[in-house]
Design a binder for this molecule. Structure first.
Ligand SMILES: Cc1cc2nc3c(=O)[nH]c(=O)nc-3n(C[C@H](O)[C@H](O)[C@H](O)COP(=O)(O)OP(=O)(O)OC[C@H]3O[C@@H](n4cnc5c(N)ncnc54)[C@H](O)[C@@H]3O)c2cc1C
Length: 366
């Protein structure tokens, strides 16, 4: 779509050897440092403001060639952007330089065992104790946990008021009382759980205002949601490219597969889906960048829903067109098959996106 997408696709290709040295379920620190060295985190937490369009272009490009690099970039961004947008000067000076180089690995810890889609009901307690808060509870399915060095953690400072009683904290994860474990997923995604047992966090580590942390989370997710769609687009484009090449070269019954309508129409439908989702993703990003708050929530939800569902279909169709070859475990499509599933779940499931779209529709915002 633009020069930056192609530039990121090339960078992703260069990073594949570094990505391949990573261990499933664990943070690949060399990869995070390589992304920092390429200046990508300075685009997120640097002097100039982050734009949703840039974020989408970087994610789409990296996703085309190296999903591990894409995910490492995105999760570092998700953990660091709340500090960039809501941290005090001293908090930013303390944590962002290391986040920019990739030497400090970041995470965004919202989900709990009892609070996934309904994140506003989270129960991790943050109890004031003089100039500190004591954090007690569990965060689960957190990308980069438990190895990340610094996490943006959302905890409850006021009970029984739902999303209105949540506060965001910056938490260095080497504090006494923090323990964790890795969770292995079907994709090669660094993810795990943290248990906080009375962890003492200084009040100066609060991001934004006490009890307004849910707004910190939602502002961050408003920025990132279209870009989950961009990640999906990059995967869908790669799957389609592989399927088109194969359909033009593989022969059966005396013809290339592309001559069979049953094959060609599936690929045509995927191409339409990608084109439509591309417009939705970049329209939502443009709405964010123009500050169109009223339409943004609905547009972002439409973009994420359309792009992630399209990508799932694109990868499935591509495997069908390649036949058995598409399922060889070291093939790109088999890799994409495991990577494409999670974006329909994180940062709001497809069902939650539909709920948001319907709500915004009835409010007259769409
Ligand atoms: C790879 C991966 C990485 C992740 N990384 C992070 C991270 O870095 N930080 C973080 O905080 N979290 C992270 N998550 C967690 C993710 O945000 C949650 O999994 C997600 O919000 C869904 O929550 P849940 O899994 O508890 O599902 P649930 O909320 O239990 O939902 C289960 C099912 O019920 C449906 N459902 C729930 N409510 C409704 C409703 N009102 N209407 C219709 N259907 C509904 C859902 O759509 C889903 O199909 C990650 C998850 C994955 C898979």
């Amino acid at each position: 779509m633009t020069g930056l997408v192609e530039e990121m696709e090339r960078l992703g290709s260069e990073l594949v050897p570094v990505a391949e040295l990573g261990k499933p379920g664990h943070v690949n620190r060399d990869l995070v440092v390589a992304l920092g060295g390429a200046g990508l985190f300075s685009r997120l937490f640097g002097e100039g403001g982050v734009t949703a369009t840039m974020l989408c272009q970087v994610r789409q490009g990296l996703a085309r060639s190296c999903t591990e690099a894409e995910t490492a970039f995105a999760v570092q961004g998700l953990g660091g952007v709340p500090i960039h947008l809501f941290g005090s000067d001293s908090v930013k000076e303390r944590w962002l330089p290391g986040a920019r180089t990739g030497e400090l690995v970041m995470a965004f810890a919202l989900t709990e065992p009892g609070a996934g889609s309904d994140a506003g009901s989270l129960s991790m307690a943050a109890e004031r104790d003089g100039g500190t808060f004591r954090l007690t509870g569990t965060k689960t399915y957190i990308s980069n946990a438990p190895e990340a060095d610094v996490a943006t953690v959302f905890a409850r400072t006021t009970p029984e008021v739902g999303a209105r009683g949540v506060t965001a904290f910056v938490v260095p994860t080497d504090l006494p009382g923090v323990t964790g474990r890795t969770v292995e997923m079907i994709s090669n995604h660094p993810i795990g759980e943290w248990i906080f047992d009375g962890v003492s966090v200084p009040a100066e580590n609060i991001l934004g205002e006490p009890d307004h942390g849910f707004g910190v989370a939602m502002t961050t997710l408003d920025l990132f949601r279209p870009s989950v769609g961009a990640f999906a687009l990059g995967m869908a484009e790669t799957a389609l490219r592989i399927a088109v090449e194969h359909a033009q070269t593989r022969e059966a019954f005396g013809s290339p597969l592309s001559e069979f309508q049953g094959v060609a129409h599936q690929l045509a439908d995927v191409r339409v889906g990608i084109e439509a989702a591309t417009h939705l993703v970049y329209n939502a990003a443009a709405a964010y960048d123009r500050g169109e708050r009223e339409t943004l929530t609905g547009r972002s939800a439409m973009a994420k829903l359309a792009a992630t569902e399209t990508a799932q279909r694109a990868v499935d169709v591509a495997i069908q067109v390649l036949g058995a070859r598409g399922l060889e475990s070291d093939s790109t499509l088999a890799h994409l098959y495991t990577e494409v599933r999670a974006p329909r779940i994180y940062e709001g499931t497809s069902e939650i996106q539909r709920n948001i779209i319907a709500r915004e529709l009835f409010r007259g915002h769409l």
